[in-house]
Every structure is written in C-alpha cells, then in structure tokens.
Design a protein around this ligand. Structure first.
Ligand SMILES: Cc1cc2nc3c(=O)[nH]c(=O)nc-3n(C[C@H](O)[C@H](O)[C@H](O)COP(=O)(O)O)c2cc1C
Length: 167
C-alpha cells in the first residue's frame, strides 16, 4: 500500500483543481491511499505518515506561498525522518513566464533539504505540454494541464513503489 499526500495552498481554486487531478492520478493505481490536504489543515505528522508527497502552490512572486513555507519551517521536527520519501511539485501562475517553474523549484528545493527524492516528468501529456520541473498551469488548469497533473500523481506512486521495492 502506497500512501500519498497531496498538500496544497490556493486562493482562487486553480491550484486546488490541480491538486485534485494529482490525487486522481495517484488514486488510479490500485492499492494507493491518497490524502488531499489544504495547508491550513496540514500537520507536520502528515509528512511522516505518507510515502509520497506532492506539493502544489500558486505562484506568488515566483515562489511558493508563505503559508507553505511556514508549514515546512514549522515541520522541521520531521527533518531527518522523512528521507527516502518521494516528492514532486505543481503550480498555477497568472501568466506564461510568470514563475510557475521557479515556484516548483522552490518547493523541490525544500524537499531536497528534507532529504526527499524528487522528480519531474519526461512525458508530454499533450503536444507542447510537459512537467519537467513539476506540473504547471496558467490560471485555471485546462484539460492538457490537468492530464499532466494526473500523470504526475501516477508517476509519484510508481516511484514510491520502486523505492519501497514493490516494483
Ligand atoms: C500575492 C500574489 C502574488 C502573485 N505572484 C505571481 C507571480 O509572481 N507570477 C504570476 O504569474 N502570477 C502571480 N500571481 C497570480 C497567481 O499565481 C495566479 O492567479 C494563480 O492561478 C492563483 O492560483 P490559485 O487559484 O490556486 O490561488 C500572484 C497572485 C498573488 C495573490
């Protein structure tokens, strides 16, 4: 059984729509338990209790929201206890070139510090749409962007299974 946490922040719902698609993709693999959690409801123990962690944020000034950064700062009690879990990122920005990939990298940066194994996608969910640094969307995610989110969730489970020696 793989346990996946999809942790997100959102203000106008765009990143939540992406989070739901990531959760759907992860949940499409039999034997996977998925927790979809807004950062306001998240506890540091959530990091301990899951094998794979997808974190999504609106792009705010090119990085994750302060709420997500605060969560990871306050979850430092779990530092050193979450190594070998698998992590990935996703973000919705206001515009093309607005910093969504940098926001994904800001999330992956924290994950690396925590010792998580992080990944991006090589696949294209549609012509011209990929998620090399995590899934991205401009504003409300369209069908192709949601497909990338679902693929990200699916790959998260596959990588967790590999790390756990289940595949
Ligand atoms: C405080 C703040 C900072 C923002 N900074 C950026 C930015 O740097 N680049 C950008 O493209 N959009 C920026 N935006 C727009 C949001 O990233 C965009 O509207 C996003 O789709 C919101 O996602 P949400 O619906 O999950 O809150 C910003 C919005 C706010 C409120």
């Amino acid at each position: 059984m793989s346990r996946i946490l999809v942790l997100y922040d959102t203000h106008s719902g765009n990143t939540r729509a992406m989070a739901e698609a990531v959760a759907e993709g992860a949940g499409s693999v039999a034997g996977t338990g998925v927790t979809l959690r807004h950062v306001d409801k998240a506890q540091p123990s959530d990091l301990l209790e899951h094998d794979g962690i997808a974190v999504g944020s609106p792009t705010w000034c090119g990085v994750m929201t302060w709420k997500l950064k605060k969560f990871f700062d306050e979850a430092i009690c779990t530092w050193g206890k979450v190594e070998d879990k698998v992590g990935c990122a996703f973000s919705s920005s206001g515009g093309l070139g607005g910093g969504s990939e940098m926001t994904c990298l800001s999330i992956l940066n924290v994950m690396l510090n925590y010792g998580l194994l992080v990944f991006g996608l090589t696949e294209y969910s549609a012509p011209g749409v990929t998620a090399h640094y995590g899934a991205v969307a401009i504003g409300e995610p369209d069908g192709d962007e949601l497909a990338a989110c679902r693929l990200l969730g699916l790959k998260l489970v596959r990588h967790v299974q590999r790390v756990k020696g289940e595949q």
